[in-house]
Design a protein around this ligand. Structure first.
Ligand SMILES: [Zn+2]
Length: 433
């Protein structure tokens, strides 16, 4: 299991360097550049070449990478893998400083997506995101990434002696119970603009230069392998940076065939995808059409290319929970390290149909990767993902898959070392075909 463990450790490093969607996109970009991918600016004309490797960023939080195939797009289509860069967390509000009886400083935050709130208590936390600062051009404030890197805050639990019911399930109010404690206050402490001052210090700029920021909390503790045989991966953001990582490695490591290979990493999946960099936007559709134009194809060629294309929508699935056996569907019970799961739902919350499922399953079988099926219990609503949302924008055959994990949306989720390698192998094979 050595190579699988190495690959899982590489994922843990990747996640550690990706404390926000902006940082994840930056990391992906750095890896792509090392592999010879060239950056395309959205505002410039694209002249593309066969076998050329390119990428483009949207909002610096979403990224699309592609390699033009050896064939013709209208004959050989696009091979797409989709995943997302964002994860549930807390976002810092404007003017966030709150003083508590002139003794403590805490910050005002709001919830981003659907975190399991109680997993955020009593953990060393830090802040990462972007800061926009003044520039010569009013239309284009400059942008700087920031990662405070240190344990600068914590959300303390209330002692059990003051909260006797805590182990029976207590409601957590996000305006009251989850505001992080940052500091003691003394007589000389200036609460006003505290955060801006810290940001300016870290970025080596003047406070007055800062116009705005998008900052998110993250758990500072690094992920690790756990289990008697180190068969599990314990780390936050497996949903969905594990799929981003496997997709990226699959893209880079696969041989180039006739089809054009793409990896699309959307942002804002956890808040409904309805942003310009989300799956419900024309972002992907526009890039595909621009690839066609850049290859001097016409609109008819573009639509022919779509009809020959396939999307793997890659987001995580739920594994059988060892202490909660009844929560899983009675006949489809994927487990960790049993292989990737094909996700389907009668209400089409997943895009999978029997055709697309059969295609993915045959990829798995052809390279000896075990495959499982995931469906929700009939009395549970379950989640959705980028697959069905992209389908509303783009007419492409698609399957929803993911690795079965536990504790989805916890600050530390639990996945499988073997599964992560399995899914990478299927992506590499999909791109190669
Ligand atoms: Zn997800």
């Amino acid at each position: 299991m050595e190579k699988e463990k190495e690959f899982a450790k590489d994922l843990i490093e990747f996640i550690h360097r990706s404390p926000s969607a902006f940082h994840a996109s930056k990391n992906i970009e750095e890896i792509l550049v090392k592999e010879g991918f060239k950056k395309l600016e959205l505002q410039e004309k694209w002249n593309l070449e066969k076998e050329g490797k390119y990428y483009t960023l949207k909002n610096n939080s979403a990224i699309i990478a592609f390699e033009i195939g050896k064939g013709e797009i209208e004959e050989d289509g696009f091979k797409l893998i989709g995943a997302h860069t964002d994860a549930p967390t807390f976002k810092i509000k404007p003017n966030p400083e709150i003083d508590v009886e002139k003794k403590y400083l805490k910050l005002n935050t709001e919830v981003y997506g659907g975190p399991i709130l109680n997993t955020w208590f009593d953990r060393p936390l830090s802040i990462a995101g972007r800061v926009n600062i003044k520039s010569e051009n009013l239309f284009k404030p400059k942008e700087m990434l920031i990662d405070m890197e240190k344990a600068i805050m914590i959300i303390p639990n209330l002692a059990i002696h003051m909260n006797r019911e805590i182990n029976k399930g207590v409601e957590i109010n996000p305006q009251k119970d989850t505001l992080p404690l940052v500091s003691n206050i003394n007589d000389k402490f200036e609460k006003e603009g505290f955060l801006l001052k810290k940001l300016a210090e870290k970025l080596n700029i003047q406070v007055e230069e800062i116009l705005d920021f998008e900052l998110f909390l993250y758990g500072l503790e690094k992920g690790s392998l756990v289990g008697l045989n180190e068969e599990f991966i314990s780390v936050g953001k497996l949903d969905d940076l594990a799929m981003v990582h496997a997709g990226l490695k699959g893209l880079i490591d696969s041989e180039l065939g006739k089809a054009t290979k793409l990896l699309v990493c959307f942002d804002n999946e956890e808040v409904g995808s309805g942003t310009k960099q989300g799956a419900a936007s024309p972002m992907l559709r526009t890039v595909l059409e621009r690839i066609a134009i850049g290859m001097e194809k016409d609109r008819e060629d573009y639509y022919r290319a779509l009809s020959k294309s396939f999307l793997i929508s890659a987001d995580q699935a739920h594994a059988l929970h060892p202490n909660n056996l009844d929560e899983q569907d009675p006949t489809n019970r994927p487990v960790i390290n049993g292989g990737p799961a094909i996700k389907s739902a009668a209400n089409q919350a997943y895009t999978t149909d029997s055709f697309s499922s059969a295609f993915y399953e045959s990829i798995c079988k052809s390279i000896d990767v075990p495959v499982q099926k995931f469906v929700n219990r009939s009395d549970k609503r379950g989640g959705s993902t980028i697959g069905p949302i992209s389908s509303s924008q783009l007419d492409i055959a698609s399957v929803d898959i993911g690795n079965p994990i536990l504790a989805m949306h916890s600050i530390r989720e639990l996945g499988g070392v073997l599964d992560h390698y399995y899914v990478y192998k299927t992506f590499k094979e999909f791109y190669r075909l």
